[in-house]
Design a protein around this ligand. Sequence first.
Ligand SMILES: [Zn+2]
Length: 290
Amino acid sequence: MKWQGRRKSSNVRDARGKRVAAGSAGLATVLNVVGRTFGIKGILVLIALGFIGWQIGLLDPATMLGGGQVQDVAYQATPEEERLLDFVTVVLADTEDIWNAEFRRIGQVYTVPELVVYRERFPTGCGMGDARMGPFYCPADRKIYIDLGFYDALERQFEAPGDFAQAYVIAHEVGHHVQNLLGISSKVSAMRNRPDYNQYSVRLELQADFLAGVWAKHNQRYLERGDIEEALRAANQIGDDAIQARTQGKVVPHAFTHGTSEQRMRWFRRGLDSGRIEDSDTFEAPYESL
Ligand SMILES: [Zn+2]
């Protein structure tokens, strides 16, 4: 993908120099010391005091448990990582341009998401972000979260190298933002308690792949030989069946939340062929024929 020298988004937040405080470790130490010195009664007294402290506003349990306390730390990124940051900043700008135009075409207004680049753990509007979960979109705060270390895993563990594979990952998360703006995400999350909720989750994920394909279609003039194959390879390697086969050694279809490798590639390809938001009908088709 040709990306150097292109517009960079102003909506990337670099939070790599932030660390979540290890408050829970401190609390555990206090409990341990009190427990050994005064026994269980000591711990109960401490809990009672803590509860009173919380009630009168002296103590904040979230802070004590390390939920949300963020500290600044010195962070030195490698030149390779800085290059990746530049890259995702250009990709985000590209999604802004394309979705602005596409929303205008259907008579709607696109509001851009923020992309937060963090390391290891970071508090989000959807709970504590953890790099082990991979990149994700939080509908509550309308932000995309990524630890750039994921790209190492994509290349080595999932064997999906290439810049367009990396761009596809961002485009998929932006696809979730598009779904959020169109009110699709909230409709799906309202079905959370239904026994067939899993199927709606798969439909939502395949639609995000379709929307990534729409983005790729409008991005075609920047594509280089092999780019589409890189994205398809990433979609193939991070399908639920492929991940399950790697991690559990077997495939359990009812536990799918993202769709199979074949489905993910198919819907990305459909988005690429169509280039139109209106054709993303992953909710209309019978589940078996997705
Ligand atoms: Zn997704």
